[in-house]
Ligand binder design. Structure first.
Ligand code: G6P
Length: 619
């Protein structure tokens, strides 16, 4: 999705802006650009449809040197803003790329979000003689700021925003006010990075961590005036606000692929360590439970919960399905998961004794965030399972569990998804032990959680069988994933992962539902990936495998060590045994590897699959 960077400081701005934009590449985008302060109080703009390297190609040779010839030192400092765009209003083109300029080229604006009344504003501005250069909704902002009557840039931005309806994270520079960047937030993140004698602005900490770990998150309805020596925040009503500085514990190296060919495979291999981080400090050995300090839910309140509703999108929703199954089984609280994108539009009944759980890697997914806001508006209690500290969803919730997976760069979620399931397991054990889960069962599950990292390691070490299976699976056009009860969310996530990055058609079914329709599609050309844990449903699953085999459907079976499915499967992958309730976490790992290996075999753009973005911050 769109990304914003900004810099004001003693160093040439262009290389810093381009580096920041390159760090945001993982979010997905179609155009990029920068606007920097140049000599004679004017702005220089370079923007193109394409990637950040295409912007670089438009720059005069030598710009990367210490004497950055693009941005000029004006009054002893450099300044600029940059953007990566994911088209909404107007297709990807050089003109539609940000930054957008006012007619006199004095004001430049970068913007994430959507201006709802852009068409009306545009018509009025054209009536006043303004010529538009792009089809974007953003360009109106540049003209409105330039035409404001105010003397200061802050007041000009306030005057412009007073006319605007919609969502935004934005950054504005004005050659007439070369000592500041003004930023504003309403529904799309803006983060300030505090450096030494320099300040950064970004929509994602990824662009900041190389330069500083001290950050400030703006709230909706807040603006900031950012200068060389610091910043001042204020509201739409120009009332000053005070902000807390947060230390980010992610580092620049986390965004480096190292020796791995893709971020996805790197992140798959980081899972043992990231699961350890998620569990660390949260296991209570004395009471055989999980200690979750951030929930803001005391034992009496937890006992009063009569229902749990989990909301997320994409893989997060499938992790939520695992969570609902786990919590209902372990804590005996009725629980279900629903796509946040559907929930927010169906005018849901919000009950006081329901605990709502929002789950998101990025913490910025618009559908999930607005579901949380809708719930809060109706008085619901919402906790978050979120990976990005200080993100919008984390801050909108009443409490929650940070996932501690570290930054996830590949679009297809792996380590964050696994930590979502671990987070739900901790929550389930915590709630269960407050209610009727026995100490013995609490201990069994806590021990199981602690065994996960080494077991994931073992699965990853035995990856050859998956690599081999990927060769024959990649030749299919259509693939079924089946699992039942605990195995069903595994099947759904497996199908999601495969279609996201391989572009093969994949569909997940409850194994029990096969015979009620989809069995008609089974043929030698349609492989089935079957999740067959050695649990109380094993015999029933085996019956379904026979039904598939009888129709000559090739099978890849994911099962447990010590299980023999005879010659039913073309390939059998065996994973270590944990506790039945936790087994789905382990069974998901070979499916991540399968999606990855199939996509390698097909030569796909694995970390940035077509049409997808890491974090969908629009409707
Ligand atoms: C996008 C991605 C999915 C991801 C979903 C939720 O749709 O393509 O892979 O699962 O967003 O993202 P979140 O950051 O909320 O977990």
């Amino acid at each position: 999705m769109c990304g914003i960077v900004g810099y004001i400081g003693q160093k040439p701005a262009t290389p810093i802006l381009l580096d920041g934009l390159a760090r945001l590449e993982y979010r997905g985008y179609d155009s990029a650009g920068v606007a920097v302060l140049a000599a004679k109080r004017s702005l220089e703009v370079h923007k193109v449809a394409g990637r950040v390297r295409d912007v670089m190609a438009t720059l005069p040779a030598g710009f990367e040197g210490a004497d950055d010839i693009l941005s000029r030192c004006v009054r002893g400092h450099y300044m600029g803003i940059g953007h990566t765009r994911w088209a909404t209003h107007g297709g990807p083109s050089d003109d539609n790329a940000h930054p957008h300029l006012s007619q006199d080229r004095r004001v430049a604006v970068v913007h994430n979000g959507i201006i709802d009344n852009a068409a009306d504003l545009r018509k009025a501005l054209i009536g006043d003689g303004v010529t538009f250069r792009s089809e974007t909704d953003t360009e109106v902002l540049a003209h409105l700021v330039a035409r404001a009557y105010a003397d200061t840039l802050e007041d000009a931005v306030l005057e412009a925003l007073a006319q605007v309806e919609g969502t935004y994270g934005l950054a504005v520079i004005d050659a007439r006010h070369p000592d500041r960047i003004v930023v504003a937030r309403n529904g799309s993140p803006i983060i300030l990075g505090i450096g030494e004698n320099e300040m950064h602005v970004a929509s994602d900490v990824a662009a900041l961590v190389r330069y500083t770990t001290q950050v400030v998150h703006l709230d909706d309805g807040e603006l900031a005036s950012v200068t060389l020596d610091g910043f001042r925040t204020f509201t739409w009503g120009a009332r000053s606000t005070s902000k807390e500085t947060v230390t980010v514990d992610w580092s620049y190296d986390d965004y480096d692929r190292g020796a791995y060919e893709h971020f996805m495979i790197k992140e798959i291999h980081e899972q043992p360590e990231s699961v350890r981080r998620c569990i660390r400090g949260r296991v209570d050995e004395r009471f055989h439970t999980a200690h979750l300090g951030g929930l803001n839910l005391d034992a009496r309140e937890a006992r009063g919960i009569r229902r749990i509703k989990i909301l997320g999108c994409g893989s997060a929703y499938y992790a939520g399905q695992f969570g609902a199954q786990f919590i209902e089984e372990v804590a005996r609280i009725p629980a279900d998961a629903e796509p946040a994108s559907e929930f927010r539009y169906r005018n849901p009944v919000v009950e006081p004794d329901t605990l709502y759980v929002a789950v998101s890697q990025s913490g910025e997914t618009y559908d999930t965030l607005t579901a949380v806001q809708e719930l809060k508006r109706k008085g619901g209690r919402v906790i978050g399972l979120v990976n990005v500290v200080g993100s919008s969803i984390a801050r909108a919730c009443d409490g929650g569990i940070y996932l501690h997976a570290g930054p996830e760069v590949a679009v297809a979620s792996t380590k964050a998804l696994t930590n979502m399931s671990v987070g739900f397991s901790l929550l389930g054990v915590h709630l269960g032990r407050i209610r009727d889960l026995s100490p013995a069962n609490g201990r069994r599950l806590v021990d199981g959680l602690q065994a996960l990292p080494n077991q994931i390691d073992a699965i990853l070490e035995n990856g050859q069988a998956i690599t081999d299976a990927a060769q024959w699976v990649s030749k299919a056009q259509s693939i079924f994933f089946v699992g039942r009860v605990r195995g069903y969310p595994v099947a759904r996530e497996g199908a999601q992962k495969l279609k996201e990055i391989s572009y093969l058609h994949a569909e997940a079914y409850q194994t029990s539902e096969l015979k009620h329709g989809p069995l008609a599609l089974i043929s030698p050309d349609v492989p089935t990936v079957a999740i067959v844990p050695d649990d109380e449903l094993f015999d029933r699953n085996l019956t379904a495998l026979h039904e598939i085999s009888a129709r000559s459907g090739p099978m890849l079976v994911i099962t447990h060590e010590g299980v023999d499915v005879g010659d039913l499967a073309a390939t059998t992958i065996k994973v270590p045994r944990n506790e039945p309730e936790l087994d789905p976490i382990l069974m998901t790992v070979p499916l991540q590897m399968l999606a990855y290996r199939v996509s390698v075999a097909l030569g796909r753009d694995i970390d940035k699959p077509r049409n997808l973005a890491k974090s969908v911050t629009v409707e």
